[in-house]
Ligand binder design. Structure first.
Ligand code: GTP
Length: 239
């Protein structure tokens, strides 16, 4: 009498799935994009970030092994996988996993309607292509009206760094910054200029140490009014 073949499907269904797969499935079924520079904090449950960090550490350990590094006997790399996971999840890419910093908005009680400029603000990121550092500076120009909100000066740095602490490309980073500030401040004009060093060009690849990228977003009155745009750009004159 032959033994009936076992159907492997029910066992596969019971196999535990990784935390990252669980979160990816949750995001996909909600129709939420999870590109490198998107924030997914709202879709993480208690304890999942710790589990993601552990999963990243296990995968990083595999990568070190694939690079033929003897992590068992090399005292310098024994703990590197754990450090990499902590760095990506808690530090340099924390802007993907943490909720937006709290920002108090104040009414524009004195009806300020003149150009305000904040900067240069230091920003650090990494390119989405090679995960090499991007180190730069950002200037923000805001033209408020009576209906606009004001925010504390330090909150510009907090919001911008929340966006930059994700794998980015500079063209998308400046747009995300302008979108967020526009949403919070409701100005009649917003301008963002970013100047950055890309280590994927300095450290590797073409190995050009001097090249920088400068780009900007101009919206509302900054688009319509050349004199206003010039005034802002004069203040952001880079050395
Ligand atoms: N447009 C843009 N490109 C970026 C940014 N950061 C890095 N890059 C570039 O992204 C590109 C990635 O291109 P690929 O050709 O796929 O990668 P690669 O073959 O490793 O490129 P090389 O750097 O030329 O060796 C490189 O040219 C980088 O210099 C950014 O913020 N904006």
């Amino acid at each position: 009498m032959s033994t009936p073949m076992r159907d492997p499907a029910p066992l596969q269904r019971l196999a535990p799935i990784s935390v990252s797969q669980r979160v990816r499935e949750r995001l996909s079924s909600a129709g939420i994009r999870f590109h490198a520079n998107d924030n997914i904090a709202e879709y993480l449950k208690d304890g999942e970030l710790e589990a993601i960090e552990a999963e990243v550490a296990a995968k990083a350990q595999e990568m070190l092994r694939a690079l033929v590094i003897d992590t068992d006997n090399d005292h310098n790399t024994r703990d590197t996988a754990r450090r990499l996971a902590k760095m990506f999840v808690r530090e340099v890419f924390a802007g993907r996993f943490q909720a937006m910093p709290a920002v108090t908005e104040f009414p524009n009680a004195e009806r300020l309607n003149e150009l305000m400029i904040v900067g240069p603000l230091r920003v650090r990121s990494a390119c989405s292509h090679h995960l090499c550092p991007i180190m730069g500076r950002v200037w923000v120009g805001v033209l408020p009206d009576a209906d606009s909100n004001l925010i504390g000066l330090s909150k510009y740095a907090r919001l911008i760094n929340w966006i930059m602490r994700r794998p980015q490309i500079q063209e998308e980073a400046v747009v995300q910054i302008a979108d967020l500030l526009e949403q919070r401040l409701k100005p009649v004009g917003i301008a963002v200029v970013m100047e950055a060093d890309h280590y994927c060009m300095h450290w590797r690849g073409v190995e050009d140490d001097g090249a920088k990228m400068v780009n900007s977003v101009m919206r509302g009155r900054f688009l319509e009014d050349a004199a206003l745009r010039r005034e802002f750009l004069t203040f952001t004159k880079r050395d």
